[in-house]
Design a binder for this molecule. Structure first.
Ligand code: XMP
Length: 310
């Protein structure tokens, strides 16, 4: 792919599609939506409003860091706190697809509201080729894929979705992000799913359970970073296991450590993490998160497993 030409073409396309109207970019901080946001900002300047929905399902310090990265590029990001709304939508839900749907519907409603309020007519989203293939193949329901699954966002929600990078895969997206001047920490960033930590909490998604998996994720990311895996994170299971503390038995949470190698997330292999790193993660998780009694390492490839847990 000729990255420079791709960028020029997309900027022209966005300009032509939006015309003199206003657009909103749905920024999540990941490489996909970051690349899209810079493309749109280059195409639209002041006609673009960049919104970061704080759904309460992000990794530690995410909203603040994203704001700073874009401020450095001269792009203003509005962080909107909708945490309560997302947790309310997820309350009591345990089925993976029901949780994904609850997330997706909340995401679109919240965005629809913001887009209408701002009088924008277009929503820019970082859907990539793998998202479309997997949703069509029935592997999952992506939150960012309304049109592909036959829902017309114009009649359902009152605006149009523009997906500038839906024809390319992750490695090309990284090239585009780099060429657009995003910093290395963004274009080399591990993929993070749209529904956030929701995909790493098996069972009900509550603020408390998310806080637990968020902290465990930081530990995994810190300890595994030197191996530069495709993706590494923690998962909270919906089961418990017995542990001992000060001579007493206690029934505690189980954290799964997942680290995978992959090119495009369509297939993946577990990372061969050196034993001392795994042991260090386990010790840190148990020490820093007292409700956890067990830490396990996940050995399954994709397929048959998926990368995320829901
Ligand atoms: P799975 O778990 O299906 O994930 O093997 C493949 C890749 O996609 C990411 N992922 C998502 N990304 N919205 C996204 O934007 C989603 O709903 C979603 N679900 C999974 C996952 O992190 C992995 O990189």
């Amino acid at each position: 792919m000729d990255t420079k030409k791709f960028i020029e073409k997309k900027i022209k396309e966005i300009k032509r599609t939006v015309g003199s109207e206003k657009a909103i970019s749905a920024l999540s901080g990941g490489v996909d939506s970051s690349a899209c946001t810079v493309l749109a900002a280059r195409a639209l300047g002041k006609q673009l409003r960049v919104i970061f929905i704080d759904d309460g399902l992000m990794r530690e310090n995410e909203p603040r860091e994203v704001k700073k990265t874009f401020a450095d590029l001269g792009i203003k990001v509005e962080v909107l706190n909708y945490r309560k709304r997302f947790f309310a939508a997820l309350k009591g839900k345990t089925d993976p697809e029901v949780k994904r749907r609850a997330f997706r519907n909340t995401f679109y409603k919240v965005f629809g509201k913001e887009v209408l309020k701002s009088e924008a007519r277009f929503l820019i989203q970082g859907t990539i080729a793998a998202d479309i293939i997997e949703t069509k193949g029935g592997i999952k329901t992506q939150h960012n894929i309304l049109e592909q699954i036959g829902i017309d966002p114009q009649s359902s929600f009152g605006y149009k979705v523009i997906e500038p990078i839906k024809t390319i895969f992750k490695p090309q997206v990284r090239e585009v992000a780099r060429a657009l001047g995003l910093p290395e920490k963004t274009y080399k960033r591990m993929p993070f799913p749209g529904p956030g930590l929701c995909t790493r909490v098996v069972g009900e998604v509550t603020p408390k359970r998310v806080a637990l998996v968020r902290h465990a994720t930081r530990i995994v990311e810190e300890e595994i970073a030197s191996l530069k895996p495709f993706q590494a994170f923690a998962v909270l299971l919906n089961d418990k296991g017995t542990g001992v503390e000060k001579g007493k038995r206690k029934f505690g949470e189980i954290i799964v450590v997942r680290s995978v190698e992959s090119k495009d997330a369509m297939t993946a292999e577990p990372t061969k993490v050196p034993w001392p790193i795994l042991i260090k993660i386990s010790r840190r998780v148990i020490k820093e998160l007292p409700t956890v009694t067990r830490v396990v390492y996940e050995l399954t490839s994709k397929p048959p497993a998926t990368i995320e847990y829901i």
